[in-house]
Design a protein around this ligand. Sequence first.
Ligand SMILES: Cc1ncc(COP(=O)(O)O)c(C=O)c1O
Length: 360
Amino acid sequence: MQINIEELVRPEVSKIKPYKGEKETRDYSLDLSGNESPYDLPIDIKKEITDKIMENPLNYYPKLYSKSLRCSIAEYLDIDVDCDQVMVGNGSDDVLDMMINTFINPGDRVLAAAPTFSMYRFFTEIAGGKYDYFSLAETEFTLDNMKKIIDDLEPKMIFLCSPNNPTGHQLSKDIILQLADIYSGILVIDEAYAEFAEETLLSHVNDHTNLAVTRTFSKAYGLAGIRLGYLLGSKELVNQVRKVLKPYNINSITSLIGKIILREEQLIENRVEKIKLERDKMLKIYSEYDNWTVFNSSANFVYIEGEDTMEFKKMLNENGIKIRSFDRKPPAIRITIGKPEQNRKVAQIFEEFKEANKNE
Ligand SMILES: Cc1ncc(COP(=O)(O)O)c(C=O)c1O
């Protein structure tokens, strides 16, 4: 039958613009657009994974609700939480979506900062929620200001991304905790980049039933390809969110690799340290250019605003390097920190860019 499919679509879905990411306009030799780790798993670990896949049957479903993976995460975190306070998802996107599915009715308000990670809006709107945002400069993120915004908008859920994507800014832990004390909705702290920062709220989920912290294996652990993320919350919160969970949402191979990487604490730590050093070097380099506002970053990327940032992006693209850009006023770019030699290449193109602009 030939029917008009569009007429059957939920109005919330019909309005959605699918997520596009950065445009693929050419073949790039280096991708610094997705905040991934530049480091793949070492070859001996890959071999171990391959051997384990050969040994394990794939014709059976994975274990229901990924208990052993959740327990490995709880143990790895080394804080006072048990396996049942951890929920795993197909990337942290998946656990963020579970939070919305559990708590947001059509018409409920969801609040987040601007700019921030675009998926909060995406999931809210698919669920029929109303997405609101606040724009506060770093120094304006105070309890009083947040209270005013909450009193005004009465959101049922707030997403705080810390360090924030795309700015790299880390929010004050003290203020978030004070907020958790006075706010009667659900507070989700997205810590996708927390390994590159100095603070975390993970250990506070036991003190606040309304606090959930999400993490990912896609960034510091260098495993964006396996799609694994998790949420940590109080037992009360997780007991509710578990109701929307699809029973086999984590495949056996992801689970296997996830458990292996948790064993490699030292490897991850060394890589994170390298990336942080490189980040600070690149921040210094970009900051020497007066035309730009370079945001201080607690993550594995650098965010820059400036009228001529698009020209720099064009030069990088012409050299086969992909970065993320934002069509804002002023225009902005976000550049993932790569390996030292990759960052040197970016720095060299930046020198050429500055030189070219000097001659204008
Ligand atoms: C702030 C933030 N949260 C969550 C995610 C999603 O990560 P994943 O679904 O790969 O775990 C990203 C990815 O870029 C992100 O930047």
